[in-house]
Design a protein around this ligand. Structure first.
Ligand SMILES: O=C(O)[C@H](O)[C@@H](O)[C@H](O)[C@H](O)COP(=O)(O)O
Length: 233
């Protein structure tokens, strides 16, 4: 069975960023009102930056929000490849500076992502389940999170019955080694968004929906959580 997918298309990227940020903020606000806290796992890369700028200005009780990452490149936070650094630079401003952040990179194990998995997994598990919001991106090769085509741990990461929280990933298209939430953890959320931009990514998503062999297909063909796709040219 496939996920219930709702598509949201916008004339331009700034309009998308504005709407997605407001929709995400409203989910976080509802979580705080219902349960006193909110958790969100965000993606790295370039796409979320404009949306983070708007999200940072939303007037919710950010001191009750914990932010973590869907995936991270195994580099220290001073690297311009670091997703933690990107989030610090683009999200933690204005209203949102009181939010907490749980990193996926662990400096104590900076030389081996595999040695860090237990500690990082425990940190994520301590946030409780499910997440309130998970924000995914997608690469032109159809990867999402760090589910890269040809990745050394791809099958384990996508195992719908897997019990791990995080896993390491090495792949030709990934650059450095990565750490990523596994598919069951990505889907363990009250709200799931996929934010993509450009005609090329739209075509890849359409191919994946038609049965093309791309990792993103695992997110489309699941029935655990509805998926909201936000797209602009
Ligand atoms: O660390 C990362 O690279 C990501 O979390 C990754 O899954 C990202 O969402 C896609 O690669 C899209 O990246 P862009 O937004 O830069 O195209």
């Amino acid at each position: 069975m496939n996920a219930k997918i709702e598509r949201h298309e916008f004339a331009d990227r700034l309009t998308l960023a504005d709407k997605l940020a407001r929709d995400v903020a409203s989910k976080l606000d509802a979580a705080i009102k219902a349960r006193g806290k909110a958790t969100i796992a965000v993606s790295g890369g370039g796409t979320p930056k404009a949306m983070f700028a708007v999200l940072a200005e939303q007037e919710i009780d950010w001191s009750k929000v914990t932010v973590t990452l869907v995936d991270e490149r195994w580099v220290d936070t001073d690297s311009d490849r670091s997703n933690a650094r990107m989030v610090a630079e683009h999200l933690f401003h204005h209203e949102s500076h009181t939010a907490s952040f749980v990193p996926l990179f662990d400096r104590a194990h900076k030389d081996s992502v595999d040695d860090a998995l237990d500690d990082v997994g425990a940190r994520i598990d301590a946030l409780g389940r499910p997440f309130d919001v998970v924000l995914l991106g997608m690469g032109g090769d159809g990867h999402t999170a760090s589910f890269f085509p040809g990745g050394d741990n791809l099958a384990a990461a996508l195992d719908p019955n897997g019990t791990r929280t995080v896993i390491s990933m090495r792949a030709e298209g990934a650059g450095e080694p990565r750490i990523t939430l596994t598919l069951p953890r990505v889907l363990d959320t009250r709200a799931l968004y996929l934010h993509i931009e450009g005609d090329d990514k739209k075509r890849v998503l359409e191919q994946a929906e038609k049965g093309g062999d791309f990792p993103i297909a695992a997110v489309l063909k699941q029935d655990r959580v509805p998926l909201d796709v936000y797209w602009a040219p």
